[in-house]
Design a protein. Structure first.
Length: 92
């Protein structure tokens, strides 16, 4: 059941919240959009935009069990940022 981006599941007899997979997919799409190399943003501006978006996402979904999702997303995002720096470094 999806409600306001959350879904519900049972764990040890109690009902718990998690982020619905569609909400996770939307988050990843938005991060992809913010980390495109073709948008011409400086790295500091890109970092500011990412910080604002991720902080808002975490605050909104803070009631859910999001630790594993955030760990996977963090690894993926660090890889994308590293790629951006490597691509820019070659051109300098």
């Amino acid at each position: 059941v999806k409600y306001l981006g959350y879904s519900f599941y049972r764990y040890k007899g109690e009902c718990r919240l998690r982020i619905h997979p569609k909400s996770v997919a939307k988050m990843k799409d938005r991060i992809r959009e913010l980390t495109k190399r073709s948008n011409g943003w400086s790295n500091s501006y890109r970092a500011m935009k990412l910080t604002l978006y991720i902080r808002g996402f975490v605050n909104y979904f803070g009631l859910a069990d999001i630790k594993s999702i955030l760990l996977r997303t963090d690894e993926w995002l660090r890889h994308k940022i590293r790629t951006i720096y490597w691509k820019q470094w070659k051109k300098v």
